[in-house]
Write a protein that binds this ligand. Structure first.
Ligand SMILES: *Cc1c(COP(=O)(O)O)cnc(C)c1O
Length: 352
């Protein structure tokens, strides 16, 4: 790989530390990592292997193909892999061949799975996304015939601890659970883990907080930084007072500036920042972004700093926290994470 590309460093030890924090918070409940969307861009296989070593035995993905890939990555390890998409028509054979457990979301999916083995059942308790209605769930309970290992529901407002829907969903879930006394129960994503023991039931399903994203729409200092996005300086230029920088000439220099053109743009997951102050870190301090983020390039103010082409600039990482970078770009930590790994060179540090 030429050295002109953005580089994403993924710290597997940090993922492991975040897993242990969540597991300790979850008390006796099982902690089942969510590694959908290639582990939120951080590498599903690498993450799962590291967390297997930490003791994780159940993993979640969204898509059938993600489940098949994860099964291959885990080799002969006897992990349970659950698929949020469930069993679309015609998928039962592939699910079974890869030893995947579908999270059945509808009557059609229940019919498509028939009794092809253990499954999980998703009941909607107020999000109105996937899952059976409470009435449909009662019908399934009365009919029987499925091997339901796990009853699952998902919180719509887990990132807002004070939201009244959390409580309502928790109560509905508690009620519907009584219909399936033999199944284990799982309600909490990352935000739900932090909501407290009433939300933990038998299993929690954290995703974003494993990767360092705060559970409640902001930085959580107890979580370790997982992702560091850096990119090299391609060129350094002196911009005279009155000249503009970048597309649209949005930024005009009010004084002579030393400007570094950095090899990272929105195609590298560096989302267009709505608040450009401090959008990059170089030589020990925050540097402002000048003008618009291009597809492949950004310009930063390095006036007063020693720099040369090839020097690396931090865009997200220990000095520029994921949640803050996301907020500045008007995005969520989730979006930032999944976009960062697309074009950059990913490398993993820490024990796998
Ligand atoms: C993505 C997802 C999770 C994980 O959510 P985080 O907020 O990333 O912790 C858990 N459960 C379901 C159903 C999901 O879709």
């Amino acid at each position: 790989m030429p050295a002109d590309a953005a580089r994403l460093t993924i710290d597997l030890d940090a993922i492991a530390a975040n897993y242990r924090l969540l597991r300790d918070m979850a008390g006796g409940a099982e902690t089942a990592p969510v590694v959908k969307a290639d582990g939120y861009g951080m590498g599903a296989g690498q993450t799962a292997l590291r967390l297997w070593a930490e003791g994780a035995r159940t993993f979640y993905v969204a898509r059938l193909a993600e489940g098949e890939a994860l099964r291959r990555a885990l080799g002969d390890r006897a992990a349970s892999i659950l698929v949020f998409d469930g069993c679309p028509d015609g998928a039962a054979g592939r699910l079974r061949a890869a030893g995947l457990i579908p999270v059945l979301n509808s009557g059609e999916q229940i019919a498509a799975w028939a009794d092809a083995g253990p499954c999980a059942l998703h009941v909607d308790t107020g999000m109105n996304r996937l899952g059976l209605t409470l009435a449909e769930a009662a019908e399934v309970a009365a009919t029987g015939g499925l091997r339901i290992d796990l009853l699952l529901s998902h919180l719509a407002c887990a990132s807002q601890p004070g939201h009244p829907l959390n409580d309502r969903q928790q109560q509905r879930f508690t009620a519907v659970r009584r219909l399936f006394p033999k199944a284990r129960a799982s309600l909490a994503s990352s935000g739900g883990v932090f909501l407290g023991a009433d939300y933990h039931f038998d299993q929690v399903r954290p995703g974003v907080s494993l990767y360092g994203g705060g559970p409640h729409d902001g930085h959580e200092p107890r979580l370790a930084t997982v992702a560091t996005l850096e990119a090299p300086i391609l060129q350094i230029r002196d911009v005279p007072e009155g000249d503009s920088v970048g597309y649209g000439a949005d930024f005009v220099a009010g004084e002579p500036l030393k400007v570094a053109i950095v090899s990272a743009g929105y195609a590298d997951g560096y989302l267009r920042a709505s608040a450009p102050d401090g959008g990059a870190w170089f030589a020990g301090r925050r540097r402002r972004l000048l003008g618009r983020v291009s597809m492949d390039l950004i310009a930063i103010d390095i006036t007063g700093a020693q720099a040369k082409a090839g020097d690396m600039v931090e865009l997200v990482g220990p000095n520029l926290l994921l949640d803050e970078a996301a907020k500045a770009a008007g995005a969520s930590a989730y979006e930032f994470l999944v976009r960062m790994g697309r074009r950059s060179r990913r490398r993993w540090v820490g024990e796998a």
